[in-house]
Write a protein that binds this ligand. Structure first.
Ligand SMILES: Cc1cc2nc3c(=O)[nH]c(=O)nc-3n(C[C@H](O)[C@H](O)[C@H](O)COP(=O)(O)OP(=O)(O)OC[C@H]3O[C@@H](n4cnc5c(N)ncnc54)[C@H](O)[C@@H]3O)c2cc1C
Length: 401
């Protein structure tokens, strides 16, 4: 049942598979080449060509569940397509306007934005004309506990004044990014979960300084990148507040459910790609008179990888199905479980694939180091493993005591 697709979703998947074969995979090298020659913080021309083609094919905004603004797929249906997008993680999701952090931000605008906010920012985001960032994490506090966030958002007449320092804001320095969603404290005296608000800030507002990008194990992840920024008496109109003062935590919770599972869906596709590369390489090389693929140990790794991937896929599809049927809140244990399982699974599979490639597996001649780095990132991003496990344990213990 988890694997059955409606005819429409199947048609979209076939269309996407064809797009991947004909256009995405052959463009990967072109993308890298143009990227290295041009401005790294802007889109290489091939990306814009791919976006135009995806739009024409109807492979656009596939992620927005049951909404007339997107393809109208359920989370379960999108899971099957998102996995395919994950096979080329730095090109396919954005080509189809399905990449983080825009997807999470578009969901926030759709659910919580005013009509004026939607008109100004959601519309161009849905059209793929601009990009966006989400600024929550701060260098000075343990940000996996969102109640720690210190940035100040203070009302002053018709404006709010923002002061603070953020880092790891993905996409904040991308030249195409025109809006940031910033989380901060609007009332430190309010009850714990009502202290935070989320407000919209345009990156060219006076008082903002973009200090540096933070490479991830050597990768700059351009053109988005991950950035450290400060807000020094940054003034924005009061109408830029999202949902209302003190409701930032509520928005953060709503945003992270779908965002987390999208990452997991993509990581299944990344692991499938790593396994395919591992098998092809092992079949190509011979040591001590035996093909690497005929070594029992290597076959064990191949089998373990298949088991790893299928376990994670079923957990992901189950979580997506629960989100569709009982809602994101009731599915939080399943979402937390897959958020732990998928990155660790990807790390294991990518590591085996790198080992089979020999020293080549550590070079950028293959996509493997990039795939591995995504797995490593996602053991932190959208919440570290330990926080999700603590939540799962709490719920599990609650069932029995
Ligand atoms: C590539 C990348 C992109 C990112 N993009 C964004 C972005 O766009 N916007 C944004 O706001 N943030 C972003 N982040 C930040 C990310 O969400 C945070 O790093 C994450 O939430 C953890 O916060 P922290 O780094 O402050 O770790 P801390 O909160 O300091 O936690 C450190 C460690 O403490 C341990 N720990 C914490 N809580 C518990 C617990 N309950 N039980 C046991 N151990 C615990 C864990 O081992 C954890 O890893 C990104 C991070 C990376 C690496």
């Amino acid at each position: 049942m988890l694997r059955d697709l409606t005819p429409r979703a199947q048609e979209l998947k076939d269309n996407l598979l064809d797009f991947m074969d004909r256009r995405i995979y052959p463009s990967e090298a072109v993308y890298e080449e143009q990227h290295n020659e041009g401005d790294r913080w802007d889109a290489p021309p091939v990306l814009n060509e791919l976006k135009a083609e995806a739009k024409k094919r109807g492979l656009w905004n596939l992620f927005l569940p049951e909404s007339e603004l997107g393809a109208g797929l359920t989370n379960l249906e999108y899971a099957h397509l998102c996995e395919v997008l994950g096979r080329s993680p730095h090109l396919a999701p954005e080509s189809c306007n399905c990449s983080a952090p825009d997807t999470g931000n578009m969901e926030v605008f759709t659910r919580y934005g005013t009509e004026a906010q939607k008109e100004k920012w959601l519309k161009p985001l849905l059209a793929g004309e601009i990009r966006s960032a989400f600024c929550m994490t701060e260098p000075d506090v343990a940000s996996s506990d969102a109640t720690n966030i210190q940035t100040e958002i203070r009302r002053d007449g018709d404006e709010y004044v923002v002061n603070g320092r953020k880092w790891w804001a993905s996409g904040a320095g991308d030249k195409r990014t025109k809006i940031w969603i910033v989380m901060g404290k609007s009332d430190p005296e309010a009850p714990r979960y009502n202290q935070q608000s989320q407000i919209l800030v345009e990156p060219n507002t006076p008082g903002i300084t973009i200090h540096r990008f933070l490479p991830v194990m050597g990768f700059d992840d351009a053109p988005e990148g991950h950035w450290e920024v400060t807000f020094d008496d940054v003034r924005v109109p009061a109408s830029n507040m999202l949902l209302g003062e003190g409701r930032g935590f509520e928005i953060a919770q709503g945003r992270l459910g779908p965002g987390r599972i999208h990452h997991c869906m993509r990581m299944i596709g990344m692991a499938e790609r790593a396994l395919e590369l591992m098998i092809r390489r092992a079949a190509d090389r011979t040591t001590f008179g035996t093909r690497v693929i005929d070594q029992g140990l290597i076959r064990d790794w191949i089998a373990e990888s298949r088991i790893d991937i299928d376990q994670s896929r079923l957990l992901t599809l189950n979580a997506a199905h629960m989100m569709d049927t009982v809602g994101n809140k009731a599915a939080r244990l399943e979402i937390a479980a897959i958020k732990v399982a998928a990155p660790n699974m990807l790390l294991r599979v990518a590591d085996r694939a790198m080992q089979v490639h020999g020293a080549c597996g550590l070079t950028e001649d293959t996509i493997l180091p990039k795939l591995w780095s995504v797995g490593r990132i996602l053991r932190f991003a959208d919440g570290p493993d330990e926080v999700h496990k603590a939540q799962i344990a709490r719920m599990e213990i609650g069932k029995h005591l």
